[in-house]
Design a protein around this ligand. Structure first.
Ligand code: UDP
Length: 472
């Protein structure tokens, strides 16, 4: 019987990161049946239904375990999500060590794959003598930004948000300072310092696994590899596009959405969603509602109650009925035009429906890849994290999205929203985008074929895991 290779993976307490890691594991074991995986999840409060539903459907060679949960009330309050997540990861380390010890005592592990933002776990890889990989559920441009960040930190003297010249990272599209990841905007913020520490720990990695594919980000990866040739032993593997294939947790919304989509014309519906926890302030929510109405286009909108923070519903799910926050008379006036779904919708099922012709997205990387792989042109509406950078990649690099303008108060006004939506759904630009995104999708499909670039990259990783005998 073939020898089994045991590995463990660690994520951060955020649905989108956990789900991407789980899908990565599913792909790894589907191609390399001799690898068995244990997924280890730091947790805040109780796991969300979205993640528990996903975990229920896993094959027997993927186990999972939740670390001792960190209480919501013990998290630092009024700070960025990234800081809260990092706090939870740090608090989970003793529990993580125990789990690792117990796993190693029954079946020796050969590798640990950690989410880029859980890499505090790397402090244990030498103790347990494991291969150490970073999994980045983001773009190669994201990896490049993180890898260059320590040196940019030395070179750039002002806050990145105030940097007036475009930042030029080799192989990446030049980026304005305000499009830099939001946690890196201001040096005085704790999240900036934590980020820097996190990026410095990248030097402990034996390899980087990125959820992208070389045909989409060839120049970026080439430049990154050249830049680090000789100075960094780690290899970079593009193993994507990895997108959600598991069941959705909301069967009630699922049937309602699908029934409604069935009644619409092909490519006529704009899907509107801000990820697993993104929120808008009330003023912006009003403008978006009125902009959708003004566009005259069909829409399916996943709505959460407004919040002054754009990261408002990641840790603590909102409970109020979101429909009460819509402008007066909106639902009545748009009852033939749109469907508003509270809190959560089966996103990949919606994007794969023939009636869906556009996606107004916050540009989280999972949503971005899902849209590309399901051939849906985008309107970019980045909120935080690296989403502005993704919007730059989608609009200026890949030309598969339109980006509305925010006014000087940071609000997108209804007329601008309506115009951009019409441009995407009806205009010539929209048609061109549709053609380009189809080509990108085909390249993504090819990357995952038996001899595709991402399949070959993943095989190299699997072989290294299978042959690993311990660090010398
Ligand atoms: N998602 C979903 N239904 C929703 C909202 C989100 O299924 O109503 C899924 C979506 O398909 C994606 C993930 O949640 O896989 C969101 O990940 P992304 O990286 O786009 O954004 P984040 O949640 O990290 O902001």
């Amino acid at each position: 019987m073939a020898k089994i290779t045991y590995i463990a993976v660690v994520s951060v307490p955020m649905f989108s990161h956990q789900a991407s890691m789980v899908e990565f594991c599913k792909r790894l074991i589907s191609l390399h049946q001799h690898i068995h995986v244990t997924c280890i999840f730091p947790t805040i409060g109780t796991p969300t239904p979205a993640i528990t539903t996903l975990l229920e459907s896993l094959p027997s060679t993927i186990n999972h375990t939740f670390l001792t949960p960190v209480k919501e009330e013990d998290l630092p309050q009024g700070v960025p999500l990234f800081e809260q997540v990092q706090h939870a990861v740090t608090q989970s380390m003793p529990s993580f060590r125990n789990v690792l010890r117990s796993l190693c005592s029954t079946s020796p592990l050969s590798a640990l794959v950690v989410d880029a933002f859980a890499n505090e776990a790397f402090e244990l890889v030498r103790e347990f003598n494991l291969l150490a990989y970073i999994y980045l559920p983001s773009s190669a441009m994201g990896l490049s930004t993180l890898m260059h960040f320590p040196s940019l930190n030395d070179q750039v003297l002002c806050d990145f948000k105030d940097h007036t010249e475009a930042l030029k990272i080799p192989g990446c599209i030049p980026m304005q300072g305000h499009d830099f990841p939001s946690d890196l905007h201001e040096r005085s913020n704790l999240s900036y310092k934590i980020f820097l520490e996190c990026c410095k720990r990248f030097s402990l990695a034996d390899g980087f696994l990125v959820n992208s594919f070389s045909e989409m980000e060839q120049g970026t990866v080439k430049a990154l590899k050249e830049h680090y040739r000789g100075s960094n032993k780690a290899s970079i593997y593009l193993v994507g596009p990895i997108i959600q294939t598991g069941p959705s947790s909301e069967s009630k919304n699922m049937s309602e959405c699908v029934r409604w989509l069935e009644k619409q014309r092909p490519n006529s519906v704009l899907y509107v969603s801000f990820g697993s926890g993104g929120t808008l302030p009330q003023k912006q929510l009003d403008e978006l509602a009125l902009g959708l109405e003004l566009s005259g286009q069909k829409f399916l909108w996943v709505l959460r109650p407004p919040n002054d923070s754009t990261e408002g519903a990641y840790i603590v799910a909102a409970k109020d009925d979101p429909l009460q926050f819509l402008p007066a008379g909106f639902l009545e006036r748009t009852k033939e035009q749109g469907l508003v779904v509270p809190f959560w919708a089966p996103q990949t099922q919606i994007l794969s429906h023939t009636s869906t012709g556009g996606f107004l997205t916050h540009c989280g990387w999972n949503s971005t890849l899902e849209s590309i792989m399901l051939g849906v042109p985008m309107v970019t509406w980045p909120l935080f994290a690296e989403q502005r950078m993704n919007a730059v990649l989608l609009t200026e690099g890949l030309h598969v999205a339109l980006r509305p303008k925010f006014n000087e108060k940071g609000v997108v006004e209804r007329e601008e929203i309506a115009q951009v939506i019409k441009g995407l759904m009806l205009g010539e630009k929209g048609n061109e985008i549709r053609q380009r995104i189809e080509m990108l999708k085909d390249a993504g499909v090819d990357a995952l074929k038996e001899d595709g670039s991402s399949t070959r990259a993943l095989s190299q990783v699997a072989i290294r895991m299978e042959n690993f005998q311990g660090h010398a």
